[in-house]
Ligand binder design. Structure first.
Ligand SMILES: [Cu+2]
Length: 206
């Protein structure tokens, strides 16, 4: 009998060691998976980690168009991107596209540039208000009003502006919309177009 006791004790202690080993390895696995989770979190791009409460951001709407000069030739282009706060608009015009200096630029109501050089088919300013033209007009502005752009000595333009006076769905309604560049500068006050003169470039935006 006495010979079996140490054996049972030995078996029991082996069992205990085995159980402990199991526990330890379970605990290590737990730690390992927690570490992996932490790693995954810190590797996530900032946009997925913290959306700043903007989970419901609509997809941004875009519109673009080729700008035609007074002979119907393409002189540059217009890009509009609508974000949650308004429209960022960019105008690029090649060398020789415009006469150097300041020019009025407006959003006009009809997407039609077919009357080359005249460009009256594009209609008046989008959201026309009688007596309401001009960014500095107390009775305005009209939704189609924008700051002036400046053409460099070589006639090229790089211009970016922002408006929250209009939405892209208002611009691109049933009859579309156009961007018109005028001969002269908009004084942001005179009626009906700020004394900006004739239309020298037109882009249908789509
Ligand atoms: Cu105009």
């Amino acid at each position: 009998m006495s010979r079996f006791l140490p054996l049972s004790a030995a078996a029991a202690s082996i069992a205990i060691v085995f159980a402990c080993t199991q526990q330890t390895s379970d605990a290590q696995q737990d730690n390992a998976s927690t570490d992996r989770a932490a790693d995954t979190q810190s590797d996530m791009p900032p946009s997925e980690m913290d959306t700043g409460g903007n989970e419901s951001l609509p997809s941004m709407m875009r519109a673009t168009g080729d700008l035609m000069g007074n002979e119907g030739n393409t002189i540059g282009n217009v890009n509009m991107i609508e974000g949650p706060n308004g429209i960022v608009m960019e105008v690029s015009i090649d060398q020789g596209g415009l006469t150097p200096g300041w020019h009025a630029i407006h959003i006009h109501q009809t997407g039609d540039c077919s009357d080359t050089g005249e460009y009256t088919a594009s209609g008046g300013h989008v959201g026309k208000i009688d007596g309401g033209h001009g960014l500095l007009n107390p009775g305005g502005p009209e939704p189609g009003d924008l700051p002036n752009l400046y053409a460099f000595e070589d006639g090229s333009v790089n211009f970016e502006t922002f408006t929250d006076l209009v939405t892209l769905s208002d611009v691109m309604d049933d009859d579309g919309g156009a961007i018109i560049i005028h001969e002269g500068r908009d004084d942001h006050m005179s009626q009906p177009i700020g004394g900006a003169g004739g239309r020298i470039a037109c882009a249908v935006v789509q």
